[in-house]
Write a protein that binds this ligand. Structure first.
Ligand SMILES: Nc1ncnc2c1ncn2[C@@H]1O[C@H](COP(=O)(O)OP(=O)(O)OP(=O)(O)O)[C@@H](O)[C@H]1O
Ligand SMILES: [Mg+2]
Length: 113
């Protein structure tokens, strides 16, 4: 199993969610985060004409644990749904998951995700 963490634009929430629903992935977390990427935030013009850097940009972190077999499908679906082509589209991280347990039944492993 793998955990896919995708930082996405907040306005892409519904598109990403329904893309994953369409693939049959229903359990996931959406966490509000603030962060910055390679551009170190964005620069706005202040009232006095001065440059104001904002490097705490609101994003959503999608967290979904899937079987190894599903990883590439899920990544592709997230990219398709979340991409605008502009800077700040987000980033996807993949990490291994040792175990998953459904509390209600005690089921373990891929059947539990
Ligand atoms: N290396 C990283 N580790 C953890 N979080 C990151 C990392 N890079 C970006 N993020 C998070 O992802 C958000 C979006 O990043 P962003 O899409 O701007 O990445 P980027 O590398 O700057 O790519 P782009 O050039 O397309 O903007 C950031 O606001 C931050 O929350
Ligand atoms: Mg960026």
């Amino acid at each position: 199993m793998k955990k896919i963490e995708a930082i996405i634009r907040p306005e892409k929430l519904n598109e990403v969610k329904s893309a994953l629903d369409d693939l049959g992935f229903h359990g996931m977390n959406f966490i509000q985060v603030t962060g910055r990427g390679a551009q170190r935030g964005v620069v706005h013009q202040g009232r006095g004409g001065q440059a104001v850097t904002v490097d705490m940009l609101p994003k959503l972190k999608l967290e979904v644990v899937v079987s190894d077999m599903a990883v590439e499908r899920v990544i592709d679906a997230i990219i398709q749904a979340a991409r605008t082509g502009n800077i700040g589209d987000g980033k996807i991280f993949v990490s291994p998951i040792e175990e998953a347990i459904r509390v209600r039944t005690g089921e373990r492993g891929e059947v539990a995700v």
